[in-house]
Ligand binder design. Structure first.
Ligand SMILES: CC(C)(COP(=O)(O)OP(=O)(O)OC[C@H]1O[C@@H](n2cnc3c(N)ncnc32)[C@H](O)[C@@H]1OP(=O)(O)O)[C@@H](O)C(=O)NCCC(=O)NCCS
Length: 167
């Protein structure tokens, strides 16, 4: 298994795993919302577009047979805050440390971009997973994006200072 940046050539393999996980893995979201994501916000073409324009940081774990076993979709940071939108690992590859490794590599990347915080939204069942990896709950919205609970967590990875302004 290798962890690397997603490229356009791997989008088909990535999207197979992404759509599988969207249907299997994010059970806290209603079925209709997950289908909406796949048919609107997260179309395969959107990923190609984001890659071509370097709009998101997408890490994948890829197996020797070409299967994408896991992914982390984040941004490139803004104002020193890095945001993780999605983390997923296919069921047969879980509990081998893949998600932890994806998060570690993302952290190294965003530190190189001078980030001082990593933020993500999650739900109750995942809270402990992120706490073990250095995140703390900073608040929650009962009805956030698409009316869903947003349990907002972040991890401090540095300090902001004015010298970090991009010049
Ligand atoms: C959560 C997920 C990304 C973990 O991937 P992974 O590669 O198995 O994670 P790691 O091997 O690095 O770590 C295993 C840890 O995850 C925990 N875990 C695995 N699945 C979990 C789940 N559905 N809910 C809560 N914790 C879970 C394990 O208990 C283990 O805990 P510990 O090491 O802190 O004791 C994976 O289970 C997944 O894709 N789940 C479905 C999608 C999802 O819920 N994503 C997170 C949305 S915020």
């Amino acid at each position: 298994m290798v962890i690397k940046d997603l490229t356009v050539a791997e989008v088909d393999a990535f999207y197979n795993s992404f759509s599988l996980l969207m249907r299997e893995g994010y059970g806290q979201f209603p079925h209709e919302l997950r289908e909406f994501f796949l048919t609107h916000d997260y179309l395969k073409d959107n990923f190609v577009n984001w890659l071509n324009r370097n709009i998101r940081k997408i890490l994948i774990s890829i197996e020797a047979d070409g299967r994408v076993s896991g992914f982390l979709i984040g941004d490139h940071t803004y104002g020193g805050v890095a945001f993780i939108s999605w983390i997923g690992v296919l069921p047969e590859f879980r509990n081998q440390g893949i998600a932890s490794q994806l998060m570690k590599l993302y952290e190294i990347y965003v530190k190189s971009k001078q980030a001082h915080l990593i933020e993500l939204f999650t739900y109750e069942a995942m809270k402990q997973f992120y706490e073990k990896r250095g995140f703390i709950e900073i608040g929650r919205r009962k009805q956030g994006f698409y009316g869903q609970l947003n349990l907002i967590m972040n991890k401090e990875i540095g300090d902001w200072n004015i010298d970090k302004l991009p010049r």
